[in-house]
Ligand binder design. Structure first.
Ligand code: ASP
Length: 452
């Protein structure tokens, strides 16, 4: 049995729905279909989730919401018209949409979550009707019926363990497909909570694990995951197969097909994930599998990711290696300002701490540097704002002794200074720190070395 998730662009128009119907109908094993809200129809268009956020804010501000409701419903109307559905379907959706504004929520966070979730919920209702109208038997199962229980923040929920017990007991109908709205679950108290943005992927992964699927197919609008970003490398090769942990390392450093951590439930359930293209479903896509399925990686390296969202704190102090408690004092300062760090490569007298810049503001950085100077009295301190990390990833790295050498050669031959190099303990990734302005060229050169 397969769980199949369709992204927002795959469910944005009637024409896209037709492709989805064909994909679903082509394979009997495609049993559970997870929906996103209608996404962008063209560049510059607005996703329905963003329209719903606007609707929620209009209600919070006590303003007139007639127009925004019209705009949202027109998105579903367009699709239902494409299939000549009875007007009663749009009526049902419209009523649900209007009821949101009339419901009392405990606070604005809960209100926002419930509004946002309706993008996928209404699309799931619509898809169920469309499938049935095309002679494909389908039923809707929603997160409440399935017992998809979550906890945490209303707009950034985590899955609760009991969900998997509930899913174990869920009986799927034998003779019809199941349509399941993505992106949200219910709290213990019965409130709607959504996952973080892009979270329909998470629902697909949860169902794959909980329903013991053989495969989780994630349909999006790209043919595959590529070895490198195609804005940096022209026509990069597609990755046919990769391991979960390769995916994790690459998405950490900037691969953006999945939201980081979205497929963890599938990983825990050891369900392979196939990223495929709704607009070109015959393309193989990229298969993401447990490590043990990858005995012989096809290439020495699998992917090269690059992220420019980092900053670094460089510290130099003579005889640092002999000093007891230096790092402890440093960590205490981080703790005081509630800062987590990403990496801490060190030398004999030097230490660099690398941070995710998006989590820091200018005031915190100033406080941090001030305290470090005062408490640790380094001989030299520098805050480096233009720091990029390039991640070269591959299960094949552990099988080849020359990977680091080849990377270093490709960079030094092209005059690219390496600020830091670190081979992970897992031996499947090599992390390289460079100046931000060198990062793209570094990716190009590494790609050329291993793939041309
Ligand atoms: N519709 C939601 C969003 O735009 C969730 C998703 O598309 O996966 O973030």
């Amino acid at each position: 049995m397969k769980v199949v998730k369709f992204g927002g662009s795959s469910l944005a128009t009637g024409a896209q729905f037709e492709k989805v119907i064909k994909i679903v109908n082509d394979d009997f094993e495609r049993k559970v279909i997870v929906t996103s809200a209608p996404g962008k129809r063209f560049s510059g268009d607005t996703k329905v989730t963003d329209l719903l956020i606007k609707y929620a804010n209009t209600v919070i501000e006590n303003e007139d919401y007639t127009n925004i409701v019209k705009e949202i419903i027109s998105r579903y109307h367009e699709i239902s018209d494409h299939f000549d559905l009875d007007n009663s379907v749009i009526k049902i959706l419209h009523e649900k949409l209007i009821n949101l504004a009339k419901t009392n929520f405990s606070d604005e966070e809960h209100l926002m979550a419930a509004f946002k979730a309706h993008g996928e919920f209404l699309n799931a209702i619509l898809l169920t009707h469309v499938l049935n109208s095309q002679g494909i038997k389908a039923v809707l199962i929603d997160p409440k019926q399935a017992g998809l229980i979550v906890h945490g923040e209303p707009n950034d929920a985590d899955i609760s363990k009991e969900t998997y017990l509930n899913l174990d007991n869920l009986k799927l109908p034998k003779d019809s497909k199941v349509v399941f709205p993505g992106f949200f679950g219910y709290s213990k108290h019965g409130s709607i909570y959504t996952f973080s943005r892009g979270g329909s992927d998470i629902t697909g992964a949860i169902l794959s694990r909980g329903l013991h699927a053989d495969l989780y197919e994630n349909f999006t609008d790209v043919d595959a995951i590529y070895v490198a970003n195609n804005h940096i490398v022209k026509h990069p090769q597609a990755i046919k197969k990769m391991s979960y942990r390769e995916m994790r390392e690459l998405s950490y450093a900037g691969f953006s097909v999945f939201q980081d951590e979205a497929i963890i439930p599938a990983v825990k359930g050891q369900v392979p994930v196939n990223v495929k293209n709704t607009n070109n479903p015959s393309a193989e896509g990229t298969l993401i599998v447990p490590e043990q399925f990858l005995f012989n990686p096809a290439n020495q390296i699998t992917g090269i990711a690059c992220s420019k969202r980092f900053s670094a704190l460089y510290l130099h102090r003579y005889l640092l290696n002999k000093e007891v408690g230096f790092t402890l004092k440093l960590l205490k300062i981080f703790y005081k300002y509630n800062i987590s760090y990403e990496h801490m490569p060190s030398g004999i007298d030097d230490l660099t701490v690398i941070f995710d810049r998006t989590k820091l503001d200018k005031v915190t950085i100033d406080h941090l540097c001030h305290d470090v100077k005062e408490v640790l009295q380094p001989d030299y301190l520098e805050w480096i704002d233009d720091y990029a990390i390039i991640m070269v990833v591959g299960e094949g790295i552990a099988h080849n002794v020359d990977t680091i050498g080849k990377i270093i050669d490709s960079l030094t031959e092209n005059n690219i200074a390496i600020h830091m190099i670190n081979q992970g303990a897992s031996r499947i990734s090599i992390m390289i720190g460079t100046q931000e302005s060198d990062a793209d060229e570094a990716v190009k050169q590494i790609y050329k070395t291993f793939f041309n």
